[in-house]
Design a binder for this molecule. Sequence first.
Ligand code: ADP
Length: 484
Amino acid sequence: MPRRQGHPAQSAALILLTCAIFAVDAFTRLDTAIAVMYIVVLMLAASAWPRRAALALSVACVLLTMGAYLIAHGFTLHPSPAGRALVSIAAIGIATWLAVKCQDTLDRLRQRQDALRRSEAFLAGAQRLTRTGSFGIKVPDASMVWSEEAARIFGYSGDAAPSMERVLERTLPEDRAAVREAFGRALACEGQIDFAHRLLLPDGQLRHVHVLAEVSRDEYGDCEYLGAITDITERVEAEQQLHASQIQLAHAARVSMLGELAASVAHEVNQPLTAILANAKAARRWLGRPEPDLPETMAALDGIVQASERAGQVIRRIRALARRADPEHRQLDLNALVTETIELLQRELERAPLALRLDLEPGLPAVVGDRVELQQVLINLIMNALQAMAAPRTPARLEVRTYRDGETVGLSVRDSGPGIADADSARLFEPFFSTKSDGMGLGLSICRSIITKHGGQIGARSTPPGSTFHVELPVPQEAHAHEQ
Ligand code: ADP
């Protein structure tokens, strides 16, 4: 309950005024209900004094009115002055009742005002802490309001008035079209607005913000937007750093994988070189004859050209695996990627007796992805399968399959190794989980992060004898629509 503490001078003035009214009422012969003047005193007291004091004053006024009557007329009943005194007492009673009600209403109003001020302060504090500002846009006239934090996010002082021009002024030029478009949709009242864009502040600082606004209706049924704008710079930068370190890690793993595959890589490069050498020797032989055989020489030279092109291709692919480059997402034929990878791993596959089965579904729709990263996943799964089958227990069988499953394209690698222990299955894809004495335990966790970035899923299950690792990648919408 708010406290009223009348100023001493004001209280003294009220008491004096009360006495003056009493004196006029008791000692003059004015023919009016002078005591009604007490109402003025009561009203002033109600606004300055606590309720008890105001009530006490009201009782005092009633007593003074009666006292004045007794002084002026004694105990005899004079209808007219007695009537005036009764009117005054009734008026004082009603005024007191009204004043008390008014005090209650004022007290409640003040309480609400205090609560509102407190909650505004909490809200402002919470907005500062969460770096989230609020705003509103009235649709017919595009008038805007925003909170102090929203103004600060845009790099203005807290009391700057919001406007579309101010928002655009701080928006990164490349993102202005998107912001204009979102604003246009808001002005057409086209439903929820949810988008992220960047700000460029006058000091050169780049900020990432996320805007979320919902449609609501004001009391006239007009469309208006209430929304929040959050400064997500820290989150975006952390994500960018994470992304960069994931790329670095994947690259480091690829390079170390290439080291492990040195024999296969050498074999891949050697194959076209051997063909070039054989064709060159043949061409020399055909030319060295007493009568040079030109058609045969030409065929040998064609062979050299083809083998050189193949060598170039092999080197380009191996270099792509070794190079550190940002992933490039393109349309890819998964079957071609499998065939190419099997060629690269030929030597590894030839090391031990192994039955290899390729089961590639023809006519698979293209997937969108980074060739190098997806190849890294496939190499990892095949190398793990080969390592799992290294101990000569059962005949080694490796099956690589591609398939279509609804709106996804799948790839599975099945081996006849020892399978996956129940206790391990939940941890296979965790970083640094390895059951190998020389294992780093990063391969599968890198595979998972690559596949997740591609919008797909990777999993493993025991399929006795052995285990099956499977990857599902989404078929792009256009390819899906095109097929239908
Ligand atoms: P690393 O090969 O360095 O151990 P990975 O992340 O590639 O790291 O594999 C993690 C673990 O998953 C392996 O140590 C192994 O226990 C298990 N694993 C992976 N592939 C297979 C497989 N084909 N069969 C059985 N276990 C497997």
